[in-house]
Design a protein around this ligand. Structure first.
Ligand SMILES: Cc1cc2nc3c(=O)[nH]c(=O)nc-3n(C[C@H](O)[C@H](O)[C@H](O)COP(=O)(O)OP(=O)(O)OC[C@H]3O[C@@H](n4cnc5c(N)ncnc54)[C@H](O)[C@@H]3O)c2cc1C
Length: 472
């Protein structure tokens, strides 16, 4: 790699459009969890789609690898860049191009922060329902590229289902303008879906058309204690029967998760007097103003109580109480850190298989590593469990982490056996490439490789991610 392409790239990016000083590069090279460290020496920060296209053309011409980067909050190392490659940060491509409350759509550039999109939608009395703990930092381009999920999937779907169209700079520098506002358009292959979830391996998303929804006007939040994991899934089914799509959030967690988060938050109170094996956080919302959702939820929970499905429940009486209940779920990941090292998983199984997964995976991990502490929590309504294994209290953290491949193999095998996925919402990146080889069928891998080869024959777009190196 000579400096010549880098000089040309800097010129295109213009003043303020690139970063190459080691101190300034650190934030772009540091992966959120610290599992990977990049070594790239140049970050480009274009501010228009045209600039992105010119940058990609030079990279195509010079064989320079490109790593697109959004907020760098991805959890699988997808935005990590090696020496010789360039990071294309979308941070300055951050305009809301338009919002249309009649078609209920919003056109945004890839670098707009997810939380800002939610706020602009709310200012127009609309909801953009994609919501996750990283929403203050992650960008919509990154969220689409990882097909992010979060807490709104149960009712509104994941990022893929929230986008009508995308604008993409392809690996040869041409611009695919797929910014359609259409909700119906059966005219051949769905090209949009190729780029959503591709983790930057097929092109750089520069803009998207997003779907908007009615802003909720009534809301109720509850925290419920249950005797078993099977009761958590049964309760969701019962709630769907009673209040249908008004269930907009349904998260589950085991006792260890709640106990640990209460200790971690210090002031936070366990909502209940005594311990229970399982818990669920529930929220109902409606666009209808002044709807008595608390009464609806109370009646549904009373019925569940009579059937022995729940042990106890608290219903938030105001916004502060609701936020406090939600923190008990949001902070679980961070609350685990003081317990030492953790091997984290993001699996999904069909909802009916959630109890089997938890039982079988817990038993298999306990047999392999006695004393390991298991946190099972997450988006249970979507069958998505964050199954995190913290080191045994009396053991060395490094020794626990050294067993990552073995423990993850055990957990992912159980998920696979139950018809599940080894990555529900975080993607593949660098972290789960070996799982792609292990769990994807040869036909799926072959089709993916052929798509990659057809769209990016030179292999310059985020090389080494998703698909094993040898097969690119
Ligand atoms: C605290 C925390 C909580 C999280 N919670 C959730 C959750 O509940 N649900 C969930 O699904 N995820 C969650 N995540 C991970 C989630 O994937 C990211 O937060 C987010 O979706 C990634 O956006 P980003 O802008 O940070 O992308 P980055 O991390 O910068 O990039 C992620 C991938 O997308 C590619 N990419 C980025 N921008 C573009 C673009 N414009 N065009 C093409 N490729 C691009 C990158 O090359 C990389 O492969 C969480 C992460 C954190 C740190």
């Amino acid at each position: 790699m000579t400096s010549a392409p880098f000089d040309r790239l800097k010129q295109v990016a213009g003043p303020g459009g690139w970063v190459d000083q080691p101190a300034d590069l650190t934030a772009y090279l540091t992966e959120w969890r610290g599992n990977f460290h990049g070594t790239a020496e140049l970050v480009l920060r274009p501010s228009t789609t045209q600039q992105v296209a010119e940058i990609v053309k030079i990279c195509a011409e010079t064989g320079t690898a490109i790593v697109p980067q959004g907020g760098n909050t991805g959890l699988c190392g997808g935005a990590v860049a090696e020496r010789g490659s360039v990071i294309v940060s979308l941070s300055r491509l951050n305009k809301v191009r338009s919002i249309d409350i009649q078609t209920n759509t919003m056109v945004v550039e890839a670098g707009v922060i997810l939380g800002d999109i939610q706020r602009v939608a709310a200012d127009h009395d609309r909801l953009f329902p994609l919501s996750l703990a990283a929403e203050g930092s992650c960008q919509i381009g990154g969220a689409l590229s990882t097909n992010a999920g979060g807490v709104g999937v149960l009712r509104y779907g994941n990022a893929r289902e929230l986008a009508l169209g995308v604008e993409v700079v392809l690996p040869d520098g041409t611009v695919f303008d797929g910014l359609t506002q259409l909700r119906k358009n059966n005219t051949g292959y769905d090209l949009r879906d190729l780029f959503i979830g591709a983790e930057g391996t097929l092109g750089i998303i520069t803009a998207a058309v997003l779907k908007l929804y009615a802003q909720p006007k009534s809301r109720v939040t509850a925290f419920v204690a249950l005797p078993s994991c099977a009761d958590v899934t049964r309760l969701l089914t019962a709630l769907h029967g009673q209040v249908g799509e008004m269930v907009s959030l349904f998260e589950g967690m085991n006792r260890l998760s709640l106990q640990t988060v209460c200790n971690y938050l210090g002031g936070a109170q366990d909502p209940f007097a005594g311990p229970s094996p399982w818990y669920a956080l529930i929220e109902l919302t409606s666009a209808v103003r002044d709807l008595d959702l608390a009464a609806q939820l109370e009646s549904a929970l009373a019925e569940a109580f009579e059937q022995g499905m729940i042990i106890d429940a608290v219903i938030a009486q105001n916004d502060t109480q609701a936020q406090n209940l939600k923190r008990l779920r949001e902070e679980i990941s961070d609350a685990q850190r003081p317990l030492g090292t953790a091997i984290r998983h993001d699996i999904a199984v069909p909802l009916s298989a959630v109890p089997d997964f938890v039982e079988q995976a817990s038993a298999a991990v306990a047999a392999a590593e006695p004393g390991a502490r298991i946190f099972a929590f997450g988006h249970f309504g979507d069958g998505n469990i964050h199954f995190n294994v913290s080191q045994p209290a009396d053991q060395d953290g490094a020794a626990h982490l050294a067993r990552l491949e073995e423990i993850s193999g055990i957990v992912h095998d159980v998920s696979d056996k139950l018809g599940g996925s080894f990555s529900a919402e975080h993607g593949v990146g660098l972290l789960k490439i070996a799982d792609m080889q292990r769990y994807k069928s040869p036909i799926e891998l072959d089709l993916m490789r052929r798509l990659k080869g057809a769209i990016d024959p030179a292999g310059i777009m985020n090389p080494g991610k998703i698909l094993p190196l040898a097969s690119r």
